[in-house]
Design a protein around this ligand. Structure first.
Ligand code: GAR
Length: 231
């Protein structure tokens, strides 16, 4: 059993989140919007990207959030290049006193260097109902498979990619004529709701991990009405 909020942290101070993103940054934007709307009691201490031209960095600057581009190329020649890169990330995160890492469209696999430094303190958002469709191009895979309900998942990051304990999920029906793009768009709208919510639960100290299970204190459970498709 592990308490998710660092012990001894003054409750009056806002949770310091470090966001790692590689691209568009719409989930980062949803987190920023939730903070600005007062729905998420946290502050983004830093946004870090491995891509110089990531829109996520621009979004951070636009909201006066510290942004850092950290090039992975200088580490490429080393035998433990991925770990060396994560050590450099760790330095940035520590400098900005990050307490929780949120991966938001971060397209590199994080190594044990980060995971051990932030045990059950790294979240990821994935555009499928895990454990179905881990990996990439998951909306296309879901369509090819013919599933009727898809969705998205926020989970804690462990050393097994896309397999960490699940915090929150949202389901989306697959509609006739859907393409990977239309489906992605509807899933993304749900991602933007569940990611800030998951971070807020963490900020409130309401998440506890027991094995594969994330216990959510005082959670309002979903209604028992099922989502059927076709209805
Ligand atoms: C999101 O759909 C996110 O779930 C996905 O990348 C997209 C990033 O969009 N992440 C993964 O596939 C991670 N395995 P964004 O940059 O607009 O937030």
């Amino acid at each position: 059993m592990s308490e998710q909020r660092p012990a001894g942290r003054p409750r009056s101070e806002k949770l310091r989140v470090g966001v790692l993103a590689s691209g568009r940054g719409s989930n980062l934007q949803a987190i920023i919007d939730a903070i600005e709307a007062g729905a998420l009691q946290a502050r983004i201490a830093v946004v870090l990207s491995n891509k110089k031209d990531a829109q996520a960095l621009e979004r951070a600057r636009h909201h006066s959030v510290t942004d850092v581009f950290l090039d992975s190329k200088p580490y490429a020649g080393q035998p433990d290049s991925r770990e060396a890169y994560d050590r450099a990330i760790l330095e940035v995160l520590r400098k900005h006193e990050v307490e929780l890492i949120a991966l938001a469209g971060y397209m590199k696999i994080v190594t044990p260097v980060l995971i051990k430094a932030y045990p059950h303190r790294i979240m990821n958002i994935h555009p499928s109902l895990l454990p179905a469709f881990p990996g990439l191009e998951v909306q296309k895979k879901a369509l090819d498979w013919g599933v009727k309900i898809v969705g998205c998942t926020v989970h804690f990051v462990t050393e097994s990619v896309d397999e960490g304990p699940i915090i929150i999920q949202a389901a989306v029906p697959v509609l006739e004529g859907d393409t990977a793009d239309t489906l992605s768009e509807r899933i993304l709208a749900e991602e933007h709701k569940i990611y800030p919510r998951a971070i807020q639960l963490y900020a409130e100290g309401r998440l506890r991990v027991e094995g594969r299970h994330v216990l959510v204190a005082g959670a309002t459970e979903a209604t028992t009405a099922s989502l059927m498709n076709p209805a």
